[in-house]
Design a binder for this molecule. Structure first.
Ligand code: GLA
Length: 734
């Protein structure tokens, strides 16, 4: 059957997914074993001559039912592997049946090609705006013994070097089966040396998404979260690269797992140096009981291919996440410059304080005020009131509505903080519904920041929280919500589930969170939603489907932010990354940096302030006013332009990145030097992405340069004096 972007060749028995940039080839091997043949740069045709070679290898036995000794699942690159038929590498799925057996042998059964991209119910995902944007292949595998089917789904975007993948399991036996592991993606490579390094984004609270690049070695490498969220500690993204891959050249495959719970990226280099990659829900503390005739759909993985290094990979992902994962009214809207009172007041505020901050904000041209934690229940510290989403009476003299009205009258928008997935023991909600807390009955659960998890897998729990939030949103005019989540999951046990289903609790919890948020964003489409989890504990492609921006870290130190924002940019668009100027000495590190440096770094994201504006000197207020005015000018370019990393803070003292407008008419470059030294080396930075034939004028010096000159000869880094110095270069085509 011949279709534009996906073809099945009867002669070579291959499916070929292709567009102008990429090809992906799957071969139906002898006896229906599904062989992975290729993923990479586009090829128009595959002749069928180069197939996977065969060789008899000791202790790597045959494909069941086939006596050909050189044909073994233990070495054949496959599309989806399982346990029990002599593939000793990590399996993509383990399924246990009622008789205790976990042996399966999945073979090719059928296929379907569809225009567009089927919707995944209840899950975040990349979508299409029109059917003609993508084509989908579903390859159906069936176990040789049992009526258990796997639908491997591949969608190729026609105009992007992107393939998305997911898997569903259909149980058509008349018994229950238990999924003990179910990866969303398997990608096997031959030892062609293409991908010998892996980049991941590990970190910690206040230190998220630090770039780590390591050799892929023999054996197993794991990049995973077991915290119930995608986590500060290991982001749900990796990139496979070659040791020669740079920002501008070489192959790279970026992989986003579009999910906000426990994830696992597993790499295994086998006995003959071939690589297997598995991505999916972590099998740690996971199982799923599938009754007869039920099916299970995994979350999806986004694959982005680049043959021009990491910047191109990031750009592909930035566009996809911004254009086909983020949704809603604010997807393409310029985001307001806000001031948030958290680092200004913490829990200690009253109406007078808030109004003073709002007055200053209005005078400085700031566009939104966000009231953070502490406005509800009787919350004066972090040890009470989560779950009580009603106003803290008396804390704000004029009430929440009064403050919102005050803010609006001053011409600003009003935002509010919530942490809906949590419960404090000191709360009315806990008094009334102690069973809403996620815990095993009679076992004392672990407390973290004096708070506990609500079991969001339970409908009545979600409904209670939804009703409370709606009551506030129906009463008070709210333009923005910061949706926080300040602890990891523990004591994962659900009263709503039978003993055999307890392994489902954490996935059901995330599905419940998604459902609750989907209801709210649908009911209140005008609100701008921002994700947060103690900073960047849930900064993932899944959450971006619901909220177009997220707080990347609680660390507002401008110097540490260079690394965090640089690392984040590898996988996420700038429009998703908020960044605030805070007070010095910085509350997380004690470091003192200038207001200019703090402003320049924060202006490289979705910009705002998080300090007590009333404490600024007149001179500082002038600077803030200038920053606000300036950001308003460059905002479309920063939030929606092309972003390029030029110099890495992970590799030296100098960081540089730049933003170029889509028509190449304007560019902003940030250069930041961390520590000063005597007898400094003269540094230069080579710009990119400009129109090589155009002449650009630098907006401060009024000097003119040609595009090719800026890219080839480069620009001098200024002779900075002192630590933590930054500068912008702002170019406009003349
Ligand atoms: C988390 C957030 C902060 C702030 C506090 C409030 O840590 O990341 O920005 O909202 O909660 O408790």
């Amino acid at each position: 059957m011949e279709q534009n972007f996906i073809t099945l060749s009867e002669t070579t028995q291959t499916f070929h997914l292709h567009n102008n940039e990429i090809s992906y080839i799957i071969k139906i091997e002898e006896d229906g074993v599904l062989n992975h043949l290729y993923f990479g740069k586009a090829m128009k045709h595959y002749s069928g001559h180069k197939t996977y070679p065969r060789r008899d290898r000791g202790f790597s036995g045959n494909v069941p039912g086939n006596l050909e000794r050189a044909y073994s699942k233990d070495t054949l690159p496959q599309e989806y592997s399982t346990h029990g038929s002599m593939d000793y590498r990590l399996p993509a799925t383990i399924i246990r049946r009622e008789n205790g057996s976990n042996l399966h042998d999945f073979r090719y059964f059928d296929y379907q090609i569809k225009t567009g991209k089927p919707k995944l119910e209840g899950l975040p995902q990349a979508y299409v705006m029109a059917e003609k944007e993508a084509t989908t292949l579903i390859v159906v595998l069936k176990d040789r013994l049992q009526e258990i089917y796997l639908n491997l789904t591949y969608t190729i975007y026609h105009e992007r070097p992107i393939i998305t993948r997911s898997v569903s399991v259909v149980n058509q036996t008349d018994e229950s089966i238990t999924l003990e592991k179910i990866a969303s993606l398997q990608l096997d490579f031959r030892n062609d040396g293409h991908y010998d390094e892996v980049i991941s984004l590990p970190g910690a609270h206040l230190k998220e998404r630090q770039i780590s690049r390591e050799k892929i070695h023999g054996g197993i490498q794991n990049f995973e979260s077991r915290r119930g969220a995608s986590s500060h500690h290991m982001n749900s993204f990796i990139a496979l690269v070659n040791h020669n891959t740079t920002e501008f050249s070489g192959p790279a495959i970026g992989m986003h797992f579009v999910y906000s719970g426990n994830h696992a990226f597993q790499l295994e280099k086998d006995q003959i140096e071939q690589l297997r990659v598995l991505v999916g829900i972590n099998d740690y503390n996971f199982s799923w009981l599938l009754a007869a005739n039920e099916s299970f759909q995994t979350p999806e993985v986004i694959l982005a291919y680049s043959d021009q290094g990491l910047n191109k990979m990031s750009s592909t992902l930035h566009h996809l996440l911004r254009e086909r994962v983020a949704r809603g009214e604010h997807q393409y809207k310029e985001r307001p410059i806000l001031v948030n009172n958290w680092e200004a007041t913490y829990f200690d505020f009253d109406s007078k304080k808030i109004e003073e901050i709002v007055d200053e904000a209005a005078a400085l041209g700031i566009e939104m005020f966000v009231l953070d934690d502490g406005w509800f229940g009787h919350r004066d510290s972090d040890n009470s009131s989560l779950g009580d989403w009603f106003e803290y009476e008396g804390k704000l003299k004029e009430g929440l509505k009064g403050i919102a009205d005050y803010v609006h009258k001053k011409g600003l928008q009003f935002g509010l903080w919530f942490e809906p997935e949590m419960i404090s023991l000191d709360s009315k909600l806990y008094q009334k519904h102690p069973d809403y807390l996620m815990q095993e009955p009679n076992r004392t659960p672990s407390s973290s920041r004096d708070q506990h998890l609500l079991d969001m897998g339970r409908k009545e729990v979600r409904q209670n929280i939804e009703q409370q939030i709606c009551a506030i949103l129906d009463e008070v005019e709210i333009d923005y919500i910061k949706w926080d989540m300040n602890r990891s999951l523990s004591d994962v046990y659900s009263l709503a589930l039978s003993e055999r289903r307890q392994g489902e609790a954490s996935h059901r919890h995330i599905l419940g969170v998604y459902e609750l948020i989907e209801n709210l964003i649908t009911r209140y489409p005008k609100i701008l939603w921002e994700g947060c989890s103690g900073g960047g504990g849930r900064f993932d492609a899944g959450f971006l489907y619901y909220m177009p921006q997220s707080w990347p870290t609680d660390n507002t130190d401008a110097v540490e932010r260079l690394k965090i924002q640089y690392g984040t940019s590898l996988a996420y668009p700038i429009s998703s990354m908020t960044a605030h100027v805070s007070a010095v000495p910085n509350h997380q590190t004690g470091r003192i940096t200038s207001l200019k440096t703090r402003g320049d770094v924060a202006m490289s994201g979705v910009f705002g302030y998080e300090l007590d504006l009333t404490e600024l000197s007149e001179e500082e207020k002038l600077i803030v006013k200038e920053q606000v005015d300036y950001y308003q000018k460059i905002r479309p370019l920063i939030q929606f332009g092309e972003f390029y990393r030029l110099n890495s803070p992970f590799e030296g003292n100098l960081t540089a990145w730049m933003f170029v407008s889509c028509d190449q008419a304007e560019a902003v470059v940030l250069m930041a030097r961390t520590l000063a030294n005597a007898q400094p080396v003269f540094h230069e930075v080579f710009l990119t992405g400009l129109d090589k034939n155009a002449c650009y004028e630098e907006q401060i010096t009024k000097q003119r340069y040609f595009g090719d000159e800026l890219m080839n000869l480069g620009v001098n880094v200024p002779d900075f004096y002192g630590d933590f110095q930054t500068t912008f270069i702002h170019l406009k085509k003349v």
